[in-house]
Design a protein around this ligand. Structure first.
Ligand SMILES: C[S@@+](CC[C@H](N)C(=O)[O-])C[C@H]1O[C@@H](n2cnc3c(N)ncnc32)[C@H](O)[C@@H]1O
Length: 253
């Protein structure tokens, strides 16, 4: 009897352990490889002042970096979206820093985190728990480097595709410049609806008026929270984009 109970108890323990593990699996912090860190540091430059958030320093590509000029096929990893601080991420991060109440004490997900700037802004604004998610593992390394550059513990970095999976109980999801592709926009739209339905999650989107957002169904359910003029250098790098909005998403579910 005792043996039977013990085996049930241990089976239960194993089952509970596995359930807990699968719950937290995505939150196991990404550990950057030292040689990759070195490679990134050697091939990026620290910038700050030129963006909408001069208080956040970031390692990015600049004209002084080898791969700014090099043939793209020589870059040994996936396309380095993280090497640019996109206008949508800049506006979103500015908004968080100007309105710390938006993040304070909250569990925040920066989805498509790239260089990690919005996750950093969320941490600086008092978020209780920040997860940076990007399917590019190099972005996770850069987010570690950039967090440390700003004197912060890195957020939890997740490199799985979270929009393929069950929504987690985040209070706030941040999307900086994630509406640059129609298929991705539609996938995001239905996943965000699931997040809001399941957890009443708040959603903030930073976007400089890209056609893929302006022409999408989701656009009808966005309320403008802020609009920023882009600094001259950001306009030059972004083919004439002049300003960038922060939207909150309020679907009728
Ligand atoms: C245009 S960049 C924006 C980066 C950052 N949010 C910013 O504003 O600077 C888009 C980022 O989304 C990432 N991404 C694309 N599809 C994704 C997905 N399904 N889940 C998570 N990240 C994704 C890319 O790797 C890239 O880093």
């Amino acid at each position: 009897m005792l043996g039977h109970l013990t085996s049930i108890t241990s089976a239960r323990c194993v089952r509970d352990f596995c359930a807990a593990l699968s719950q937290t699996k995505r939150f196991i912090s990404f550990r950057p490889d030292e040689s990759l860190r070195r490679f990134i540091t050697q091939n990026t430059e620290t910038v700050g002042e030129q963006s909408l958030t001069p208080e956040i320093k970031l390692r990015l590509f600049t004209p002084n970096c080898r791969f700014w000029r090099e043939k793209p096929e020589l870059w040994p990893f996936a396309d380095p979206y993280w090497a640019i601080y996109w206008p949508g991420g800049q506006a979103l991060s500015r908004f968080l820093l100007d309105n710390p109440g938006v993040c304070q004490g909250k569990k925040v997900l920066d989805l498509g985190s790239g260089c990690g700037a919005s996750a950093i802004a969320a941490k600086l604004s008092g978020a209780a728990h920040v997860v940076a998610n990007d399917i590019d593992t190099v972005a996770a390394v850069v987010t570690h480097i950039n967090s440390e550059l700003n004197g912060l513990e890195p957020p939890i970095c997740v490199t799985e595709n979270m929009i393929d999976s069950e929504p987690e109980d985040f209070d706030l999801i941040l999307l900086g410049d994630m509406f640059y592709d129609e298929v991705l926009a539609t996938t995001l739209h239905s996943w965000l609806d699931r997040c809001i339905k399941a957890h009443n999650t708040e959603v903030l989107i930073g976007d400089p008026g890209r056609a893929q957002l302006e022409g999408h169904d989701i656009r009808r359910h966005l309320n403008q929270r802020a609009k920023f003029e882009l600094p001259a250098s950001v306009r030059e790098e972004n083919y004439g984009l002049t300003c960038c909005s922060v939207w909150s998403y309020h679907p009728e579910l």
